[in-house]
Design a binder for this molecule. Structure first.
Ligand code: IMO
Ligand code: MG
Length: 444
């Protein structure tokens, strides 16, 4: 009898199509509810990400633990491409425990992931201080992400697996000495001073968390993930940040320090690309951005922007900063879809409209010319081309039935679909509120 080929599983990626904060955690939660995945895996970034998940009265704000923590049978992986903040990790694990979700036995951390040191956040702030003198702050999350990745590239980073080795203390001391020298340089040359008490406190907290981390499952997560796939199980890869913050294809230097594109899933988890199946892009019905740099779709009417911030709760889960709000930017979105190959799209916060007319950005101008390609730097954009279409005001909050939508929102969604029709994407579902049930399916 002919032997049947073994059925392998797939990796599906969920990632942001705009400037971050698209509500990726909520879509991961919805995908997990369908029950087709055994795990969620982070493949890049660190505790700069922020996802809030609401379950009844409970809300959990995660930064480093993968989304989906309210699902009791799901495994979590932190892949080799991630820079791990030990303090955040231990704090989140204990917060989840208090909420009744013990993840310790289901969480696997790659021994090849990198450790964020207690001085990285200070170095992050020091560099921002230097940049601020030139009026060119990146507006980072101060989580030490840039310095941690630069240590990776300079091949002096501490790996998570190092924590379990006998020479860890020695390696750590050596790196901290190097960081201290750098901080001294920032102090002498740029006047960046840090209170030594703050450093001492940070070191104590970090030491304690690193010690706790030793009890967690540090392993070759790439091997484990490949094993699950070979058993026919599917895994969700969770993107942090978004395409417009990608280190290579975002608006450099106003970007994060890792590749956010789904092309990085394979490298950040250690899996062959044949396993990558669906590429789920997440967007909001409007656009937001936090941090430095130009933001072409920004709403010019200050009061209206403030109203969007309030209605959409556009304040950072990681830093508490208010986010700039803009109209839906189809020009940037088409760039992001083209780069990422997103074939399925989630649109979130479609209930937030506020006005009876909405604008949509369909093109960028630079020096009087209409741009055909996405510009090298967004500060080269001198104007935008807009289209105005009917808005739906205050309607549609919490709507779960596609048939009951206000005609204006239905036509807005059809308009987006038409504008993206040549890119071969499907709009999977549309979010209409904070609660996990607040959404409806759109394309079949
Ligand atoms: P989630 O996963 C929005 C932005 C920062 C800054 C730039 C660099 O919640 O969508 P970094 O600390 O990464 O060096 O900061 O990137 N940024 C985000 N903006 N959402 C995020 O994550 C972000 N993570 C980083 O504001 O402009
Ligand atoms: Mg965020």
């Amino acid at each position: 009898m002919k032997k049947l080929a073994k059925k392998e599983g797939f990796i599906d990626a969920v990632f942001g199509l705009q400037w971050g904060d698209e509500g990726k955690g909520k879509n991961i939660d919805a995908l997990l509810q369908k029950g087709n995945y055994c795990a969620v895996a982070r493949f890049h970034g660190g505790a700069n990400a922020g996802h809030s998940i609401k379950l009844g009265e409970k809300t959990f704000v995660g930064h480093i633990v993968p989304s989906g923590c309210f699902h009791k049978n799901i495994e979590f992986y932190i892949g080799s491409g991630v820079v791990v903040d030990a303090v955040s990790l231990i704090k989140e694990i204990s917060e989840l425990k208090e909420l009744g979700f013990d993840v310790t036995k289901r969480l696997y951390i790659s021994n090849r992931a990198k450790l964020v040191s207690y001085l990285h956040p200070f170095l992050d702030q020091a560099d921002e201080h230097k940049r601020s003198k030139l009026g060119a702050k990146v507006g980072t999350t101060s989580r030490g992400i840039g310095p941690a990745y630069s240590d990776v590239r300079m091949r002096r980073a501490l790996l998570i697996g190092d924590v379990l080795l006998p020479d860890f203390e020695e390696k750590e001391k050596d790196l901290s000495e190097f960081h201290t020298n750098l901080l001294n340089m920032y102090k002498e040359k740029y006047g960046f001073e840090i209170d030594s008490v703050k450093i001492k406190e940070a070191k104590e907290k970090w030491d304690k968390s690193v010690k706790e981390m030793k009890k967690l499952q540090v392993c070759d997560s790439s091997f484990l993930i490949r094993k699950r796939l070979s058993e026919g199980k599917n895994i969700l890869a969770e993107g942090a940040q978004a395409v417009m913050l990608d280190i290579d294809f975002g608006d450099y230097p106003n970007v994060t320090a890792s590749n956010t594109l789904p092309a990085n899933v394979c490298l950040g988890l250690g899996i062959p690309h044949k396993y990558l199946r669906h590429v789920y892009g997440v967007m909001k019905a409007y656009t937001t951005k936090v941090g430095g740099g130009s933001f072409p779709p920004r709403i010019k009417d200050e009061a209206l922007e403030k109203a969007f911030q309030k209605a959409g709760n556009e304040f950072g889960a990681t830093t508490g900063r208010s986010r700039m709000c803009g109209w839906l930017d189809l020009f940037a979105l088409r760039y992001a879809i083209g780069l990422s190959g997103a074939n399925k799209i989630f649109i979130n916060k479609a209930d937030i409209c506020l006005t009876d007319k909405v604008k949509v950005i369909t093109g960028y101008k630079s020096g009087g010319k209409i741009l055909k390609e996405f510009p090298l730097y967004l500060n080269q954009v001198t104007g935008v081309i807009t289209e105005t279409i009917p808005g739906w005001g205050d309607a549609n909050h919490g709507e779960k039935n596609k048939k009951k939508l206000s005609p204006e929102l239905a036509s807005y969604l059809n308009y987006i679909k038409k504008k993206l029709s040549d890119l071969n994407v499907k709009i999977i579902s549309v979010g209409t509120g904070k609660d996990r049930e607040d959404f409806f399916n759109w394309d079949k």
